[in-house]
Design a protein around this ligand. Structure first.
Ligand code: ZN
Length: 711
């Protein structure tokens, strides 16, 4: 099976999922595809031509380790100095460019939020809401004083469940828009099902609700079922954590209840699809509303869907057609007491960040320390900032974009995107393996690709969201519900192909296959990824490769399954697919051979789509960079040729240190390979061999026939 769907540049949601309920965003963006201005032209016109001495090389020479032979370990060569000099901060699971930029962006946001907190009398409703949400979270003494009282109504409701019908109603009332199968690829929800609202796989003219498997408190079924001693130890710690949370919330027989909850989740894990299965878009099916009862018997679907606001929906997409019936059956066969305990535990867990310190600390002990190996909790202001940014994503994003993302930067990156699209088009033209008919469909898709740069064209209206000063938990619960209802409203609205799925303040980028669109948020368009004061080699090696990565997803094994309108319709011939698969096997084998632990290797197939996108992105960025030179050699800077700087910038953009526990978690659940191996992607480009004189028997050397040649 070819893994599908890991479309964002990074997948960090599981890491933050314990702290945040990841929710998507909606906006009407009608960005036209940028005009075909070549990046080279604007670089030369606006920030000096590529030989201008005032442009820096953009690379961090001090952060390199020149004692390492580039052909032996290019990541260490480009990043070894930095790795030696940089400890992972105690409150982080990993540390690198990504985290530095995320921290920096948080600081900028904090200043903006504090400003808005001061302006409580502001007439701008959004700004007042941002300020109130943040201040309420930061008022720890008020939160301590309330104790668990804000949660009491929900817990009383659960205690009052007397029948399977009550249970279905309670499960339905908890459903939220908290998963995303194809854009941000978030498959995790502690609710029994996750809901995702977007275009139909077979019908891009309408939005449908997608139901996905859920119910687990740990990241994936493997955590419950794997025989590895590491996972067995985590299971013990998880059960102890459940017990501790129940005790804090005042439940009697906490040990007994924890055992019941853990046993129930283990049964859920038993019917769950694997991560690789989750990524196969072809397993999704559409069921009519009336088929749910017969195809997934057990749950009282009418009660569940009515409580979830979904009972009037005629057709559902079921992303996990085996797990949904499996979970439904458990709702009928497992004891009502176990289900009530499970609901109560997750209610407490979900609310924990907004409850007194004891809850916050216990939650961190498991999700931060045990699961990700983070020794210390992040400062409260950072968490408050993230929750605010999450609850009022575009209100915060608007503040950020207005202050930190000038129109000139937007124009420059739109030009760079156009440049990369042109380079990708040339690659398609030159492919020998792709049939002429497929090529023309690829070009059609390239023409309708919608690229969002920085922020959406229209901002989301938060006037329907009530933020009450001093009600930290209530604010978050209302924000989650507001987002859910907003997503459900899409079921009755025309499809918007300009919808954004990341906030402007997110340091990431994403491909949206059902919209044939890309989002490049403002926060990733800053140094070192994009530096107006650095030369072309640097900007193409870092930001160029990122843009190329996302573009290529529209045309790869996954992109080939979605046509120019976003319909799930394969536009490749059988031969095209066979060639692509065979070419991909070379890359899968390459990544299978990376073994960061004696007992654990990277999964070459789980990460294949992303690794192919990295190769493609680097290739088109390299093409575009060479084109920008117009045949003349680039100047030597900091002792490196232009080609060398291009590849070093690429590897430095993947600079990261990761704690062992976190690295294991990433390898188990992430569709992307760990950053240290992504940096080694260079070994698939002939240009890298020339630039660094890479020869056998250097460790990264690949004979020409073993280099991935896909695009
Ligand atoms: Zn990707």
């Amino acid at each position: 099976m070819i893994p599908q769907a890991r479309n964002s540049l990074w997948y960090r949601q599981a890491q933050t999922a314990y702290a945040l309920n990841v929710r998507s965003l909606k906006v009407n963006s009608d960005l036209r595809k940028p005009a075909g201005i070549l990046l080279a032209a604007f670089l030369m016109a606006e920030i000096g031509c590529n030989t201008a001495p005032r442009l820096s090389s953009g690379i961090d020479v001090a952060g390199m380790d020149k004692t390492v032979v580039p052909g032996d370990d290019f990541n260490l060569y480009a990043n070894g100095g930095w790795m030696k000099a940089t400890p992972i901060p105690a409150d982080k699971a990993s540390f690198g460019i990504f985290t530095v930029l995320a921290d920096d962006t948080r600081k900028k946001l904090l200043a903006l939020i504090q400003e808005s907190a001061k302006g409580a009398s502001s007439t701008d409703g959004d700004i007042r809401k941002v300020g109130d949400f943040y201040s309420s979270f930061m008022d720890e003494s008020a939160i301590e004083a309330k104790g668990i009282a804000p949660l009491k109504p929900k817990l009383d409701g659960i205690a009052g469940i007397k029948s399977r019908q009550d249970l279905a109603r309670a499960i339905g009332s908890e459903l939220r828009a908290d998963v995303d199968a194809l854009n941000n690829t978030n498959f995790e929800t502690p609710n029994l099902f996750g809901v995702w609202v977007t275009q139909g796989l077979a019908d891009p003219s309408r939005s449908y609700p997608y139901l996905m498997q859920g119910g687990l408190g740990m990241p994936d079924r493997d955590y419950y079922l794997s025989a590895s001693p590491h996972m067995a130890e985590l299971r013990k710690q998880y059960q102890a954590h459940i017990q501790a949370m129940l005790q804090l919330a005042g439940f009697d027989k906490a040990s007994e209840r924890a055992a019941r909850i853990f046993a129930l989740e283990t049964k859920m894990a038993g019917v769950h699809a694997t991560r690789v299965e989750s990524e196969d878009v072809h397993t999704a099916v559409s069921w009519k509303r009336e088929e749910l009862g017969s195809k997934a018997p057990g749950l009282d679907w009418t009660s569940l869907l009515t409580a979830a606001g979904l009972n009037d929906v005629p057709v559902f997409y079921i992303w996990h057609p085996k797990a949904v019936p499996g979970l439904s059956k458990l709702a009928a066969t497992e004891s009502l007491d176990a289900w009530k305990d499970w609901l109560a535990f997750h209610t407490v867990e979900d609310a924990a960040p907004f409850l007194p310190k004891a809850f916050v600390d216990e939650r961190f002990n498991f999700y931060g320390k045990a699961l990700s190996g983070i020794p210390e909790q992040r400062p409260r202001w950072q968490r408050g900032m993230d929750y605010t940014s999450n609850a009022l994503g575009e209100a915060v994003g608007k503040l950020y974009a207005q202050k930190y993302f000038p129109a000139e930067t937007k124009a420059k990156v739109q030009a760079m995107v156009a440049d990369l699209i042109a380079a990708f088009g040339k690659r398609i033209d030159a492919l020998t393996w792709m049939s002429p008919n497929t090529k023309s469909q690829a070009k059609a898709k390239l023409t309708t690709l919608k690229v969002g740069v920085g922020y959406p064209d229209h901002w989301l209206d938060y006037s329907g969201l009530e933020i009450v000063p001093g009600d930290a938990l209530g604010n978050d619960q209302r924000a989650q519900l507001f987002e859910y209802r907003r997503q459900l409203a899409k079921l009755h609205q025309p499809v918007d192909r300009g919808e954004w799925w990341m906030t402007p303040q997110t340091v990431n980028a994403v491909n949206l296959p059902l919209q044939n669109a890309l989002n490049f948020p403002a926060a990733i368009i800053q140094p070192p990824y994009f530096d107006a004061n650095a030369d072309a080699a640097h900007n193409y090696g870092s930001m160029g490769a990122i843009i190329g990565h996302e573009i290529s997803h529209s045309f790869d094994d996954q992109g080939s399954q979605f046509d120019a309108e976003g319909r799930l319709a394969n536009w490749w011939t059988k031969e095209d697919l066979e060639h692509f698969k065979a070419a991909g096997e070379v890359l899968a084998a390459q990544f299978d051979a990376y073994k960061p632990f004696p007992d654990l290797a990277v999964n070459g197939h789980q990460t294949l789509s992303e690794n192919i996108a990295d190769v493609a992105g680097l290739l088109v960025a390299y093409d575009a960079y060479r084109l920008s030179l117009h045949g003349s050699p680039d100047a030597v800077k900091d002792g490196f040729t232009g080609d060398q700087r291009f590849f070093i910038s690429f590897a430095q953009s993947w600079r990261e240190k990761v704690r062992d526990e976190e690295l294991r978690r990433e390898i188990a659940t992430d569709g992307h390979a760990p950053a240290q191996f992504r940096a080694q992607t260079v070994r698939n480009l002939d240009g890298w061999y020339d630039a660094f004189q890479v020869r056998p028997p250097q460790k990264l050397y690949l004979a020409p026939e073993n280099r991935a040649r896909i695009w």
